[in-house]
Design a protein around this ligand. Structure first.
Ligand code: ATP
Length: 369
């Protein structure tokens, strides 16, 4: 059992540097929670406060109902895996993995059993007698994970553990960590700036920006219903397109007016948008929700615009098409490679799936729908 709760947790460093402000977060037993956000948003500080490596300025951290604010790291039953692996270069893989258990005076037989088990899970059995310098980056990272696994802690904390690996290995290790978690079901908190890691690994993701938690939810909740423009733009690649426009009322029906084209607000969103009539707002649409006329299955009803093709990035399985309208709007669409689209095409008809679109308050940047 491990249930971690952060209640109004803040961290102010010397010199009045606020690193984390008023974080409230509940991490349930067996859950894999990912803290994600841009550099400097306070993720690592949050993780280090859970580990006990950083004092909390205000608020409370509880593990299984017990306030741990003043408990030293060694008494929190937590294992942390760092970005730089932090292996001892003069020790073998087996000794690196055993080190924490030796410190805690585990019997040698038990240490051996746990190291062998972890090595098997991580595919390190044949490397147990090697020193870290004779391992690849991916193998070293596995040893660092092994060192955490042998402890059988209540909670794992991961601080960007894959960021030193090349892209291919990162994808592989990501899948391995998911498998390990499915097998061990240990409560885990994982910090990353990579939204793809967050989306693929987290049972729950916590999006942070500028010292504050912006949104907490399952990956799909956050993807489909971002609470504000920051979350909408941070999660998803290529990012959501944002286009400024004005809400207009025409005989009761609501429209988004972009001057050169108009889009009709779907009836299910009209109530939410009504108080914005006459005001500027920001329309949000993901690249995969923009279609070429030839590929669109739905009805064409006040959901189209004409745009010129500036660049086409052909990735094989999909294509990113960079559009610009004559009036100066730019957006990216993700097209099927079967669409016959070329750089320099003019006045192509694009279709927005308005049922999947978003609208944001231009001043507060909060989602209207
Ligand atoms: P990154 O992804 O770059 O590691 P992060 O989201 O993990 O970023 P933190 O390392 O938690 O961010 O830092 C949050 C803020 O606190 C930053 O503005 C940082 O400069 C500041 N900060 C971190 N550690 C200290 C410190 N020891 N003293 C003063 N300020 C600090």
């Amino acid at each position: 059992m491990a249930h971690v709760v952060l209640k109004n947790v803040s961290k102010v460093y010397e010199g009045n540097v606020v690193a984390v402000q008023d974080v409230n977060l509940e991490i349930n037993d067996k859950e894999f929670v990912v803290l994600v956000g841009p550099s400097g948003c306070g993720k690592t500080t949050t993780l280090r406060m859970i580990a006990g490596l950083e004092e909390i300025t205000t608020g409370e951290i509880m593990i299984d109902g017990v306030v741990v604010n003043n408990k030293p790291p060694k008494d929190r039953d937590i294992a942390m895996v760092f970005q730089n692996y932090a292996l001892y270069p003069h020790m073998t893989v087996a000794d690196n993995m055993a080190f924490g258990l030796k410190l805690r005076h585990f019997p040698p037989e038990e240490i051996k059993k746990r190291v062998n088990e972890a090595a098997q899970i991580l595919g390190l059995t044949e490397y147990l007698n090697r020193k870290p310098k004779a391992l690849s980056g991916g193998q070293r990272q596995r040893v660092a994970i092994g060192r955490a696994i042998v402890r059988k802690p209540k909670v794992y904390l991961f601080d960007e553990p894959l960021s030193n690996l090349d892209a291919k290995l990162r994808v592989q290790m990501r899948a391995e960590l998911i498998k390990i978690h499915a097998r061990m079901k240990t409560t885990s908190v994982y910090v990353t700036h990579d939204q793809i890691e967050a989306m693929t690994m987290g049972d729950k993701i916590v999006v942070m920006n500028n010292k504050l938690v912006q949104q907490i939810g399952t990956p799909l909740e956050v993807y489909n219903n971002p609470v504000n423009k920051f979350v909408a733009g941070f999660i998803g690649s290529p990012p959501m397109n944002f286009l400024d426009c004005t809400v207009k009322d025409s005989n009761g029906a609501l429209w988004l007016d972009f001057n050169e084209f108009q889009l009709k607000i779907p009836s299910q969103f009209a109530d939410k948008a009504r108080s914005y009539v006459g005001r500027e707002v920001t329309f949000g649409v993901r690249p995969e929700d923009i279609y070429d006329r030839s590929m669109y299955q739905g009805s064409i009803d006040s959901n189209t615009a004409l745009a010129n093709v500036e660049i086409v990035e052909r990735l094989g399985a999909e294509e990113f098409v960079y559009f610009a309208t004559n009036g100066g709007y730019s957006f990216i669409a993700k097209y099927d490679p079967q669409v016959n689209v070329h750089m320099g095409d003019t006045n192509r008809e694009v279709i927005f799936d308005l049922n999947r679109s978003h609208l944001f308050d231009k001043e507060t940047e909060m989602a209207i729908y």
